[in-house]
Design a protein around this ligand. Structure first.
Ligand SMILES: Cc1cc2nc3c(=O)[nH]c(=O)nc-3n(C[C@H](O)[C@H](O)[C@H](O)COP(=O)(O)OP(=O)(O)OC[C@H]3O[C@@H](n4cnc5c(N)ncnc54)[C@H](O)[C@@H]3O)c2cc1C
Length: 372
């Protein structure tokens, strides 16, 4: 049977589901709140089995080949010397290239940007997406792929639907590799580098350029500095944008007040080994993402299903967010392919609930030393 399917959220989870379900013959419509889509806003991701599997199914395996290889992992000592070295080559695939490739599988009319969903009404006969401007559209199935702040959760769960703060934030930098001072580039380039402190960790690696460029000189250096921020005044300060207003989960590039960025650079000079301190100082417009947890007890109800981060928020240390979203999308599409809707949703939940829980627990375990 072919269904009319509405998907809330057009990041990787929503896109994977949309392209697989469209390929299977369903009538699919994605609603993405950002005005121009997400192009140019990602960095790198680690390839995993589910990612390769879904790209193969979609006929675009080549997207996983656009990446930058780090030859080894190094861990710095405080004085900037290399304390540990581990020859584990790892490729950082371009998030932007992947996003662009999968988005192009959909006709433009199937991917509505600037479409913020206000709520989803679920009933035993259908589900309705209500947009911010009041437009209401009825579907056989609505998929919530709307991430950490999911509003679709409340159409599925009768329990708590808010993600809970984990006690720390990720400050992020993404700079042209040519802007990395030579002294830092010499040690950081083509390596996956770490530095651990009590309650804090920084890591960094090269990723492709915004257009998927992988040639030396055209790539970007990505660093992520996890630091504790107590809930309340400290967290609110981190999440305040340049207009003085509080953001919910993250502060985008260019939106961080200059004072906060300057304080970050000063802290980097005080606390980090010199290569990382230089990399932080080289970023004029850092971004920030507060780290949250959420675990669903239900992934489906009536005519609504959750997938990706809407169902289980996966901490970034697992590097499994995209792979888990791909796994969810494949399981949902396979179940819809062979079963009536109600039964398919039951089977989907039975397959993916335990897996989501397992990855969420793993992420919390990895993040335990960072939680306040
Ligand atoms: C801009 C961006 C860049 C990223 N870059 C990387 C990266 O470099 N490396 C990596 O490993 N992971 C990255 N991620 C995370 C990774 O893509 C996710 O882990 C993975 O996509 C699974 O999450 P998701 O698709 O379920 O949710 P998310 O990726 O969080 O996407 C949720 C989407 O829903 C949209 N949305 C939310 N609420 C509404 C609403 N009410 N109405 C309409 N739309 C809504 C959001 O705008 C967003 O596009 C990035 C995510 C984003 C959004």
């Amino acid at each position: 049977m072919r269904f009319r399917i509405g998907i809330v959220g057009g990041s990787m989870g929503g896109l994977f589901a949309a392209s697989l379900l469209r390929k299977a013959g369903h009538d699919v419509q994605v609603f993405e709140r950002s005005e121009r889509g997400l192009d140019g806003r990602g960095a790198g991701l680690v390839g995993q089995r589910e990612l390769y599997a879904i790209l193969r199914m979609l006929g675009c395996e080549q997207a996983a080949r656009v990446g930058v290889l780090a030859h080894e992992r190094i861990t710095f000592a405080r004085n900037g010397s290399v304390a540990e070295r581990d020859v584990t080559p790892q490729t950082q695939i371009s998030w932007d290239h992947l996003y662009r490739t999968v988005r192009h599988l959909l006709p433009p009319a199937a991917y509505r940007v600037g479409a913020r969903v206000a709520r989803v009404e679920n009933s035993p006969s259908a589900a309705t997406i209500v947009l911010d401007d009041g437009e209401a559209l009825r579907f056989d199935l609505v998929i919530g792929a709307d991430g950490v702040g999911s509003i679709v959760r409340s159409a599925v769960s009768h329990g708590p639907t808010a993600s809970t703060y984990a006690g720390y934030v990720a400050w992020r930098g993404l700079i042209d590799e040519t802007t990395l001072p030579a002294e830092a580039a010499r040690v950081l380039s083509e390596r996956f580098a770490f530095f651990h402190m009590r309650g804090s960790q920084i890591l960094g690696y090269l990723v492709p350029g915004p257009g998927g460029e992988t040639a030396p000189g055209r790539r970007r250096y990505n660093w992520v500095w996890y630091r504790q921020a107590a809930e309340g005044v400290a967290l609110d300060r981190c999440l305040t944008g340049s207009d003085g207003r509080l953001r919910e989960f993250s502060v985008a590039r260019g939106d961080m007040p200059a004072l906060l960025r300057d304080e970050l650079v000063a802290a980097a000079g005080d606390l980090l080994p010199s290569p990382f301190a230089l990399a932080v100082a080289a970023e004029p417009t850092p971004s920030l993402q507060a780290i949250f947890d959420y675990e669903s007890t239900r992934m489906v109800r009536d005519h609504v299903a959750l997938l990706g981060d809407a169902a289980f928020v996966v901490r970034p240390h697992t590097a499994m967010g995209v792979a888990k979203a791909a796994g969810d999308a494949m399981a949902l599409a396979a179940a819809l392919d062979r079963l009536p809707l109600e039964r398919a949703l039951f089977v989907y939940e039975a397959e993916r609930l335990a897996e989501g829980h397992r990855i969420a627990v793993y992420g919390r375990e990895l993040g335990r030393p960072l939680s306040a």
